[in-house]
Design a protein around this ligand. Sequence first.
Ligand SMILES: [Zn+2]
Ligand SMILES: [Zn+2]
Length: 250
Amino acid sequence: MKVRILGCGGSFGSPLAWNKNGNIDVNNPKNHRTRSSVLININDQNLLIDTSPDLRAQLYNARCTKIDAVLFTHEHSDHIVGLPDMRAISLINHSIIPAYLPEDIREIVTRNFKYIFDGEKDYSPFMTVKKTYDQFNIGNTKIITFKHNHGSIDVNTYRINNFAYSTDIKNFYENDIDKLKNLDLWIVGLLRYDPHPSHAGFDQINEYIKYLKPKKTLFTHMTALLDYEELLSKCSENIEPAYDGMTIDL
Ligand SMILES: [Zn+2]
Ligand SMILES: [Zn+2]
């Protein structure tokens, strides 16, 4: 399995705008972050988690022209609004691409992007809705998913073998954190050092890591308050900030 960080920025990306650099060193390319998304290559399939507003450029940089399925974490715009960019991928491969949408976001996503799923006038649909279950298969790949808390809404964590992706996380429900034991790689959202009403802060995320002890942990969904080198210097062994274009072989 190969995992590529397509983007590891928060909803604004990083930096915020021209000359609005927050705490980052803009001369370090690792601080230039597009919105969060990850590409997984497993069993000869390319699985995409979320369609960020930067999707077209992210796939271009990854030299990726084929997506076999898209998994969605939640309905926030920074994870959804790149959906129209899937049209090119559909055209290139003459394929209708499955979109795995958890039940609670199915209605809002399909309503907002009706033409993508239902077609409109001269435009054919290019994606199809698939349901998610606690466990399901895409081809030969087993996917495990569950909800975690993100303030006023929930987000799906996805686990594939010993890799898991938990973006936009505030808390786990009940004992769900135990579903993330024995991970080789955990990619987890860290918005900023301080806690946010919808996102856990650095100390809380580190408590999760201490409990789970993944072989490797990468932070994603970072604002321009988090400088790559500064954050790295605060991280324990086997924990580091991700950067756009980073690839991990598992
Ligand atoms: Zn987000
Ligand atoms: Zn969110």
